[in-house]
Write a protein that binds this ligand. Structure first.
Ligand SMILES: N[C@@H](CCC(=O)N[C@@H](CS)C(=O)NCC(=O)O)C(=O)O
Length: 198
């Protein structure tokens, strides 16, 4: 299997964490998706991560790839029960993934905006992205994280890792002590250490 990826992408990192945890072999191909129109032959949306299977078929986006890898490797990151349970239910895990991916989406969009020449940046867009990141992090502060990580915990760890790496002036830690302590512990997993943005 080949994963089109980027060393800093929080979405590709989710896939790499799961592959690492489950001992799945992935050939990782690093690309700059933003400037690479040729990626549309694999994903019309031109976004990474993209997983190319051995039969040539492709999968995107990260929630789909993560669930595929989880199933291929016999993982437990996508709980299968259909009832809401405080710490282990499928809908809690998927809801947490959606929240964390939303924070990552806004953080990536903010990063792209800040990379534009100053005259093309929009103060309104910047304010909107920041509001989404801040509200998302506030919501993550209130989450009761599972001790056996699900896709929700992995997505949260990757989103916060991206914020720390790319948005260094956004000081969320002192105002979010629970989340900050959880993230410090979660970042110690070997799979998180092996996939740190760089
Ligand atoms: N919803 C997608 C988001 C993926 C995404 O935003 N990827 C970024 C890199 S971190 C990208 O490929 N950007 C290039 C572009 O949008 O042109 C997922 O979860 O996979």
């Amino acid at each position: 299997m080949k994963l089109y990826s980027h060393p800093v992408s929080p979405f590709a990192r989710k896939c790499r964490v799961i592959a690492h945890e489950l001992g799945l072999k992935l050939e990782v191909i690093d690309v700059m998706a933003r400037n690479d129109e040729s990626l549309r032959r694999l994903n019309p949306l031109k976004q990474i991560p993209i997983l190319v299977l051995d039969d040539g078929s492709t999968l995107f986006d990260s929630p789909v790839i993560c669930e595929y890898l989880n199933q291929a490797g016999g993982g437990k990151f996508f709980p299968v029960d259909t009832m809401w349970k405080a710490a282990t239910g499928r809908w809690r895990a998927l809801g947490l993934q959606a929240l964390a991916d939303g924070v990552a989406d806004a953080a990536v969009a903010l990063r792209y905006e800040m990379a534009e020449p100053e005259e093309r940046r929009s103060a309104d867009r910047i304010a909107r992205f920041k509001a989404t990141i801040n509200a998302g992090i506030d919501a993550l502060e209130r989450v009761k994280f599972a001790t056996e990580p699900t896709i929700g915990e992995i997505a949260a760890g990757c989103a916060l890792g991206y914020v720390d790496f790319r948005l260094t002036d956004l000081d969320w830690k002192s105002s979010h002590p629970n989340l900050s302590a959880w993230h410090a512990r979660f970042s110690e997993y070997p799979s998180m250490k092996a996939t740190q943005p760089q």
